[in-house]
Write a protein that binds this ligand. Structure first.
Ligand SMILES: [Zn+2]
Length: 398
């Protein structure tokens, strides 16, 4: 029932609607498993903050928490983001993939190629006539912003920056410039011949994005002792099975395993949004919930725990790391490793513990489609053991 209501409210495409409603109705409830969670959410696709898939995934997670008897709350926030929606260069019948420089204006322009000598200084631009043409300039030495501004001043209709390597280049201008500008690989750059007609298609979206954290807890709990968190968003083009459906599902499974134990009455379970855009959700949570944050005895964060790039590792506050070593036999280090959602909590003085299995080869790639339920389950086991130890009062010494 809940599934049906949620699905119709989404207004999604029919096949997706059928798929997600089916999944919700089949698996909502305390009886769902890590396997169910993975197979229900992965087909939604990349959960980029602000996307339909991100919202579909959130609805699924909320339904799971509620079916277990938890209350869920949505914390909504916004922030600016620049997105390349797919930019390219067309040369006759050939299409070369490009990446818009962050700050570039969108648009489609056609003109002749003018190869700029040097690295694109104002002097380099004065040496050629680029009026109405598409400037092709080498990467290096000069900031992208200077190259693009010089092209604008010289009357170019657009700019292509050529990388020095055969790799995609994700460049930033640092401010908005009213000229379409993108970067191509060195290989694509070599195909751009002086005087050829070329069309430059820069498709960008530059605006506010809405992020939504989900907070699940037992009704009435306002001062939790522990917060279990993981980010539910992923990057463009990456389905984010390991980064970070694995950690999200670990948090959901912790809630499932804790539900009929005293731990449920002491815990917040938080699915952060906007992590990939700069820890937006966790920063917002820490900022907006000072009472909760000040009271926390521990914050456990889970990011990339579904692929064993390296064995499960914990890092963070020395005492928690030691407890994880002793009680769950984990390897650990007191130095916090990695920029994930534990960082704003640690900065606010909360003892944190970061659960991580290293960066696998599919990190931030379209091939991030695998997460092993057994590894997630083992992570949950270790976290429960450690949480139990962390929340047990230390007996007074005699
Ligand atoms: Zn991540």
């Amino acid at each position: 029932m809940l599934g049906r209501v949620t699905c119709f409210a989404e207004g999604m495409q029919l096949w997706k609607l059928a798929a997600s409603c089916g999944a919700l109705m089949l698996t909502a409830g305390a009886g769902a498993t890590i396997e169910d969670d993975l197979s229900s959410v992965l087909p939604f696709g990349p959960r980029v903050t602000g996307s339909a898939a991100n919202e579909q995934a959130r609805s699924y997670f909320e339904a799971q928490f509620r079916a277990m008897g938890y209350t869920t709350r949505r914390d909504v926030f916004t922030y600016p983001r620049f997105d390349d929606l797919g930019s390219d260069v067309r040369l006759g019948t050939r299409t070369l993939t490009g990446r818009a420089l962050e700050g570039s204006t969108g648009g489609a322009v056609t003109g002749r190629i003018v190869r700029i000598p040097g690295v694109g200084t104002a002097e380099n631009f004065r040496a050629v006539n680029v009026q109405g043409g598409v400037a092709v300039v080498q990467r290096g030495q000069l900031p992208f912003l200077d190259k693009v501004k010089n092209a604008l001043a010289a009357g170019a209709a657009g700019v292509i920056v050529v990388n020095t390597e055969a790799k995609e280049l994700q460049g930033r201008l640092g401010e908005r410039v009213p000229l379409p500008a993108l970067a191509v690989t060195s290989v694509a750059g070599a195909a751009l011949q002086e005087g050829q007609q070329v069309s430059l298609n820069v498709r960008v979206r530059d605006g506010e994005v809405q992020g939504v954290n989900v907070v699940a807890f037992k009704s009435g709990l306002i001062r939790p002792d522990i917060l279990f968190g993981g980010h539910m968003d992923s990057v463009f083009r990456a389905p984010g099975a390991n980064d970070n459906l694995s950690g999200t599902v670990a948090v959901l499974d912790l809630a499932r395993r804790a539900v009929n134990t005293p731990l449920a009455a002491r815990s917040y379970f938080v699915l952060f949004d906007g992590e990939e855009d700069g820890l937006r959700g966790s920063r917002k949570f820490v900022q907006d919930n000072p009472g909760v944050v000040q009271n926390l005895k521990a914050m456990f964060n889970f990011d990339m725990v579904g692929v064993d790039a390296s064995p499960l590792n914990v890092s963070g506050e020395a005492r928690l790391v030691e407890l994880a070593r002793q009680t769950a036999q984990l390897s650990g280090s007191a130095r916090d490793q990695g920029g994930s959602d534990q960082v704003p909590f640690a900065q606010a003085g909360v003892p944190t513990l970061f659960f991580h299995r290293g960066l696998d080869v599919n990190y931030h790639q379209p091939s991030d489609t695998l997460a092993d339920p057994q590894l997630i389950r083992a992570t949950v086991d270790a976290a429960l053991t450690t949480a139990d130890a962390a929340l047990t009062p230390v007996p007074a010494s005699r």
